[in-house]
Structure formats: structure tokens, C-alpha cells
Design a protein around this ligand. Structure first.
Ligand SMILES: [Zn+2]
Length: 340
């Protein structure tokens, strides 16, 4: 697998360098041109690519990845593609020459590579291509397949969601997702492990071990974040027909102060991404409220608007006398946007 990832990386980097050279010479490269040139003139020079047991599809997918990276760059959705480094996001994609690849259970037969065992059971289906990637010292398998979903029966028509500091999320229905407590301890362990690593001699075996430890812990924390987000987004999409959330594209410090660590770390983008694909899956609608909508400052009873410093946890309306939890008040205001 490392060998496959290495060839994918080599091909990608070769393509990226060649792309740059051609552009400098005033030519207009594209992935098809590079792929063809590579297959006809370059590949034969590198015998290790053609070794037996190596799936020859990986170089093609490497060029597709490069093409995608440049498309993103040209449409201003991403920066100029960077060279891949060994050990950073190692991955490769393979297929079975257009034939469907059967998947299912806890083992899978990869084209050319052969049988592998998986820790988790895979759904019984087929797929067209498979991407294998490495995080810390574990390998992951990813593939796309089609599945029909029945929309779930919804308990509530509308829900407003306030993402906050004290609670992770407060819903207008009164449901609260508290901030995960274990998160802080994990962060302090992360800091300790980083310190450990920085104290080890460069190039030493102990440094290698410390780095592995840190990488594993990074992965564990990342998984905790994802898990917490998944719990919220699944609950929302399964049980509500319309979901209103605030647009939180605030970056940097502001986001960190305003949001629970989990959301601040994962990014609102990931929260939104999960909501949107689960909305399709469970059959509901997601409304993203304008980020300047004064959800915290408005009284959910009479519509009066007043200043609400972050430290004030209770909204005491200066007009109608309503006294309500700050986050719940904001969530209710958001839910109203669905019918507005
Ligand atoms: Zn009021």
C-alpha cells in the first residue's frame, strides 16, 4: 500500500512539475496530455512503477487528481496545487478496469492487490473505484455507492439551531446538545504529546515513536469532533422537516470566542456539509440564515431589539418583560425565519 501511495505521489508530483514547466514555455497543459506523455515516454524509464503486484490504474487517477486540483485553482476555489510530501495524506485510487468491484463484510478483494481485512463491516454493494488513504498509522478505504433512502417521519416541522459557547447547540424545541466534556482533557494531552515530541532528538528512534503517538492522538481527537458533529446533524435531519442555522463563516479569533471548541475546530463548513447531505438522505430542508440576522438581540416574544453582551446568559426583554435563556431565544428567532 505504501508502494502504491508512493507511485501515486511520484506521478502527481511529476505531473505538477511538468505542468509548471510547460506553462513557463507558454504552452497550455492538461491532464490528458500529461497522462499520454507519461504513459508513452516516462513510465518505461521507471521500472519500479511497472513491477508486478502494482495496479497500473493508480497513475491515471493521480493525473485525474492533478486535473481536479487545477480546475479548483482556475475556478478560484483553491490555491495553486502543491507538491505531495511522503507521509502527508498518502493515498491512491484504483479500479477494476471499469468492472464493478464487489464490496461487503469485513474483507475485500482489491484489484491487483488482493484480499484485505477491514475492521468495520462494509455494506454489501458494488463500486467503480476505491481510494485508499493513510492517517497516522492506519489505512482507510473509501468508495461511493448508490442507495435509496426513504424520508423519515418528522417530529417537528421547523427547528432553529443556535450554535454557542456554553452549549454546543441549543434548539428552538428546547433540546440542548451540551459541550462535550472529554474534549478539554484530550486537548491538554495533545499539548503534552507535542511537547514530548519537541524534546526528542531529531532523527532518533524515540522521536519517531513520539511522532507516531502524537499522530494517533490527533486522529482520535479529530474522530471525537466528527462524531459529536455527526450526532447533532443526524438528529436534526432525522427529526425536523426544516432546519434553520446561522451562517457562521466568521474566521479566526472571532469564531473561536463565539463558538464551542468542537465547531470552531471542525469549522462551520463541515457542519453545513453534513447537514446538507443528510438533508437529502432523510428528506428535509436546510435554511442558512444571513449572518447579520440579529438572532441574539431580538426578543422572540415581541420583536424588540436590544444589545446583548456575550456574558449575559438570560435575555430580559426591555419591552415586554420576557425572561428567557439567551441561546433558546436565538434559536426560536431562527426557527421563525422558515415561515418569514
Ligand atoms: Zn419582548
Amino acid at each position: 500500500m505504501s508502494k502504491h501511495a508512493g507511485i501515486a505521489r511520484f506521478t502527481y508530483n511529476w505531473g505538477l512539475a511538468t505542468w509548471g514547466d510547460m506553462s513557463k514555455d507558454g504552452l497550455k497543459p492538461n491532464k490528458y496530455l500529461l497522462k499520454k506523455f507519461f504513459n508513452n515516454h516516462v513510465k518505461s524509464e521507471f521500472t519500479w512503477i511497472k513491477e508486478s503486484g502494482i495496479c497500473q490504474k493508480i497513475t491515471q487517477y493521480a493525473f485525474d487528481n492533478l486535473g481536479d486540483a487545477f480546475s479548483k485553482f482556475f475556478s478560484k476555489k483553491g490555491g495553486y496545487p502543491k507538491f505531495k510530501k511522503k507521509g502527508h495524506h498518502d493515498s491512491f485510487t484504483i479500479d477494476a478496469g471499469g468492472k464493478p468491484i464487489p464490496v461487503g463484510g469485513t474483507s475485500i478483494k482489491l484489484p491487483t492487490i488482493g484480499w484485505l481485512k477491514t475492521y468495520e463491516g462494509l455494506p454489501h454493494t458494488t463500486c467503480k473505484s476505491i481510494t485508499i488513504s493513510r492517517t497516522a498509522d492506519s489505512w482507510f478505504i473509501a468508495f461511493a455507492y448508490e442507495q435509496e433512502y426513504e424520508p423519515t417521519v418528522k417530529q417537528h416541522d421547523v427547528v432553529g439551531v443556535d450554535l454557542g459557547v456554553k452549549e454546543l447547540a441549543t434548539l428552538s424545541t428546547g433540546v440542548i446538545f451540551p459541550n462535550p466534556r472529554h474534549y478539554k482533557t484530550h486537548l491538554s494531552k495533545l499539548r503534552r504529546l507535542s511537547k514530548d515530541l519537541s524534546r526528542k532528538l531529531k532523527g532518533s528512534n524515540n522521536r519517531f515513536k513520539a511522532r507516531q503517538k502524537l499522530a494517533r492522538h490527533h486522529e482520535a481527537v479529530a474522530n471525537l469532533r466528527k462524531d459529536t458533529l455527526h450526532q447533532i446533524t443526524t438528529y436534526l435531519c432525522k427529526n425536523h422537516a426544516t432546519i434553520v442555522v446561522e451562517d457562521l463563516k466568521v474566521s479566526g479569533m472571532l469564531a473561536n470566542r463565539k463558538l464551542a471548541q468542537v465547531i470552531a475546530d471542525c469549522g462551520f463548513y463541515e457542519f453545513k456539509r453534513q447537514l446538507e447531505y443528510k438533508a437529502k438522505k432523510f428528506g428535509c430542508e436546510v435554511i442558512i440564515a444571513d449572518r447579520w440576522f440579529p438572532s441574539s438581540k431580538t426578543c422572540s416574544n415581541c420583536g424588540h431589539i436590544q444589545d446583548m453582551p456575550l456574558k449575559e446568559r438570560i435575555y430580559n426583554c426591555g419591552s415586554c418583560g420576557l425572561s428567557i435563556d439567551r441561546d433558546l431565544n436565538a434559536a426560536i428567532n431562527l426557527s421563525r425565519l422558515a415561515t418569514a
